[in-house]
Design a protein around this ligand. Structure first.
Ligand SMILES: Nc1ncnc2c1ncn2[C@@H]1O[C@H](COP(=O)(O)OP(=O)(O)OP(=O)(O)O)[C@@H](O)[C@H]1O
Ligand SMILES: [Mg+2]
Length: 389
């Protein structure tokens, strides 16, 4: 994915938010742990908070102790990972930074311990503690907010996004219509990650991209949202993410299944992963069949989980290759036969009066019409003229 390939390698290459970058560096060298003060970086998604903290540590020779979302769900998880880390010194580094990324994902009212655990770590840590969040005023952060300096990451400016996309295009040796940069930068709404993803989805594998082509490909709105759904299911290793993507899907579960079925062999290159994914899909399909027969709709959630979570966890590791997913052949065929049916209907409406019969009766001779069309095209053309079909 280009967001990985083109993640900045140095702080110099980091786009936007120069003030926040400077302020954070200053904070880091002010011995905040001695004051028991943490730092909250807050701001919209895709502005580089996570990337920035990693670079900051790298360039300052600091070890980074990072959380993952599942550890953050409980007090025990947080303490297990961080309490030790925050009190030990490190052997080979000047120091370390304790980083709670996406800290607004900490457990909510059911286990209020999460935020309290973090507050305890900020208070007692020998090392600087940094949090990254989207929403500074999330009530879950109540116990923490007052102990922290707050630095705002703002949306990345469209001109800055355009500059970055142009660098990528140059490096990929793609000629891109000027208007495309504009269109993508503006719709990204300050989210550089989204802009790079959009850009990749639209220009990958091409040499020349025109604006009209872009408009055409984005015109199929429905397709792009199902595209997002299956992309998440294929790329994530988290059951929760896969499940959420499935629930957010804008097309019915049957259709998601077809998209997954069609694209599993492209995405999952390893035989084992491939086999596991198909196994889950077929089980989901069996479930679905039973649900429909028994009309037990409340069990649909299990069929959905089997396909989304099942496919997501079938891989050992994420495949980094990125390609345009294929439109399911089964849906395409159904679509075509729908058109064929509509054409037949129109034809029957016209021919029925000439045969002094009803449409319904005329339909019975549909096979004759088809045979004529195929084997006696001349005669068929005359009939068409006569009935003005
Ligand atoms: N300021 C930036 N400079 C350069 N690249 C960026 C920047 N912001 C985002 N990106 C690109 O987007 C990717 C994802 O950004 P990142 O995950 O750091 O955003 P984030 O602010 O942490 O988002 P979230 O709030 O969703 O966690 C990066 O790997 C990089 O490719
Ligand atoms: Mg992040």
């Amino acid at each position: 994915m280009w967001t990985d390939k083109y993640a900045p390698k140095t702080l110099d290459a980091f786009s936007g938010n120069p003030g926040a970058v400077k302020e954070t560096s200053a904070w880091l060298s002010s011995k905040p742990a001695k004051r028991g003060e943490g730092l909250i970086l807050y701001g919209p998604t895709g502005t580089g908070k996570t990337t920035f903290v990693r670079l900051l540590c790298k360039e300052n020779g600091l070890a980074l102790v990072e959380s993952n979302a599942s550890e953050m769900r409980s007090k025990a998880g947080i303490n297990k990972t961080f309490v030790g880390a925050s009190s030990q010194a490190t052997l080979f580094f000047k120091g370390k930074v304790i980083f709670f990324d996406e800290a607004d994902a900490i457990s909510g009212s059911s286990d209020r311990g999460g935020a309290i655990a973090i507050a305890g770590i900020i208070k007692n840590s020998r090392h600087p503690v940094i949090l990254a969040v989207n929403d500074l005023y999330n009530p879950k952060l109540r116990a923490i907010r007052n102990m922290c300096k707050k630095i705002n990451f703002t949306k990345v400016h469209p001109a800055t996004i355009t500059r970055r996309l142009k660098e990528i295009a140059a490096n990929e040796k793609i000629t891109v219509d000027e208007k495309i940069f504009d269109a993508i930068s503006r719709t990204a709404n300050g989210d550089l990650k989204a802009a790079i993803n959009d850009f990749e989805a639209n220009v990958l594998g091409k040499k020349d991209v025109s604006y009209s082509e872009l408009i055409k490909s984005n015109w199929r709105d429905n397709e792009s949202s199902i595209y997002d759904t299956i992309k998440i299911i294929f790329k994530t290793l988290s059951a929760q993410n896969a499940r959420e993507a499935m629930y957010a899907a804008e097309v019915p579960p049957d259709e998601v299944l077809e998209w997954l079925r069609e694209n599993v062999p492209y995405e999952y290159q390893k035989k084992d992963d491939n086999a596991k994914a198909y196994n889950y899909l077929s089980r989901s399909n069996v479930f679905r069949g039973r649900i429909v027969r028994a009309q037990y709709w409340r069990y649909q959630a299990y069929a959905s989980d089997l396909m989304s979570v099942g496919v997501a966890v079938s891989k050992k590791e994420r495949y980094t290759k990125f390609f345009k997913y294929q439109y399911p052949s089964k849906i395409r065929k159904m679509g075509q036969s729908k058109i064929a049916r509509a054409q037949m209907n129109a034809f029957l409406s016209k021919i029925a009066p000439h045969l002094h019969t009803s449409k319904r009766e005329a339909r019975k001779y549909g096979f004759l019409f088809s045979a004529m069309q195929e084997h006696a095209p001349e005669a068929w053309r005359k009939i068409e003229e006569e009935i003005e079909a």
